[in-house]
Write a protein that binds this ligand. Structure first.
Ligand code: AMP
Ligand code: TRP
Length: 347
């Protein structure tokens, strides 16, 4: 079975962009693939997170992913910091990737903003850790939103350079899986900006836990232009806000942009937005309820994540140990009876 890996940062409540661009495709891929899904808290702290907020967001993200339909009996769901193989391989990849490659990453430029000198060094090497996440499992398919395309190309460059430098054929090539009419959902306030769970404006996004009233209000207020809904796709040219709302509608309805325009073209945005909000509520209400149910039982959630980490380690530890051997590190000591954790002198 082909192995699939993907990750999501616990840097806020997931948005409809996360859902339509990524998580929904994760759910589909569970059929016929061996899947691992990871809440990437090591990635989240590349931008400062208050510790209690990070802990809460990590559980909320895991709960939301389960609520969207990830089935822990079929897929491995776990938290990145609980599997040390990620950090170990990331260090090796820090030494394989070239500064020139990282300097071309547009997400770093966006996130670091004008004051690059003040960005954390973790934010700069973020794509190396992402490459390690995938390579530690020899995963071949990676379902993501369109914004991660460049990072996945870099991941392939890193794997290839590792193989070349060490004269091995160890890390496989990966194939991005970028699907659907909403692989890039934009902000509701600015059609040229990606919708993001960490945007300061709550009005810019629909969160998976938003209630019906909040959804209706945000969609009603979503930016549009004065022209009506166009009758064909050509009419969306240079209208980023219009294209965004139509794309979201198509993704929610499971139809194409052309089909949506055939149905709604020529009408005003008022009725279109009403229909869009209705579809969104129908999709998100059960997800929000199921998320709340999981958050009501944090003990069960933590236990499920611990179990996921054990299953993830069983795959990643031997692969990363082999990478360490290839690099020339000495083997780890075998665990010895009587020298377990907690004994004086042996951390
Ligand atoms: P992040 O929220 O950055 O951790 O992203 C988690 C997943 O959601 C990745 O696969 C992203 O590509 C995807 N994603 C994030 N924001 C969007 C968006 N606005 N539209 C589509 N996909 C997105
Ligand atoms: N960088 C991704 C994002 O922000 C999250 C991520 C981390 C990821 N590691 C990954 C996605 C590995 C796919 C595979 O969207």
């Amino acid at each position: 079975m082909i192995r699939v890996f993907s990750g999501i940062q616990p840097s806020g409540i997931p948005t409809i962009g996360n859902y339509l661009g990524a998580i929904r495709n994760w759910v589909t891929l569970q059929e016929g693939h061996e899947c691992l899904f990871c809440v990437v808290d090591l990635h989240a702290i590349t931008v400062f997170q208050a510790p209690e907020t990070l802990r809460a967001h990590t559980r909320e993200m895991a709960a939301a992913v389960l609520a969207c339909g990830i089935d822990p009996a079929r897929s491995v769901l776990f938290v990145q910091s609980q599997v040390s193989a990620h950090a170990r391989l990331a260090w090796i990849f820090n030494c394989v990737a070239r500064l020139g490659w990282l300097n071309r990453m547009t997400q770093f430029k966006d996130k670091a903003g004008r004051d690059r000198e003040a960005a954390s060094s973790g934010l700069f090497v973020y794509p190396n850790l992402m490459a390690a996440d995938i390579a530690a499992y020899h995963a071949r398919r990676v379902p993501v939103g369109d914004d991660q395309r460049q990072h996945l190309e870099l991941a392939n460059d890193i794997a290839e350079k590792f193989n070349h430098d060490y004269g091995v054929d160890f890390f496989p090539r990966i194939e991005p899986v970028i699907l659907g009419a909403a692989a890039r959902v934009m902000s509701l306030r600015d059609g040229t900006k990606k919708m993001s769970k960490s945007d300061p404006s709550d009005q810019s996004r629909i969160s998976l836990t938003d209630g019906a009233d909040a959804i209706a209000l945000k969609i009603r207020r979503a930016k549009t232009d004065p022209a009506p809904v166009p009758e064909s796709e050509a009419g969306l040219a240079d209208r980023p806000e219009a294209r965004n709302l139509v794309g979201i509608y198509a993704a929610l309805a499971g139809s194409s942009v052309e089909q949506v325009l055939a149905e709604h073209g020529g009408r005003g945005w008022g009725p279109f937005k009403e229909a869009l909000a209705e579809r969104m509520v129908a999709t998100l209400a059960p997800i929000a309820a199921e998320t709340r149910r999981w958050l009501g039982d944090p003990g069960a959630l933590d236990a499920l994540l611990h179990e996921g980490a054990i299953r993830a380690r069983a795959i990643a530890d031997p692969i990363v140990a082999e990478a360490e051997r290839i690099v020339g590190f000495l083997e780890h000591a075998a665990p010895r009876a009587g020298f377990g954790p907690g004994r004086a002198g042996n951390p």
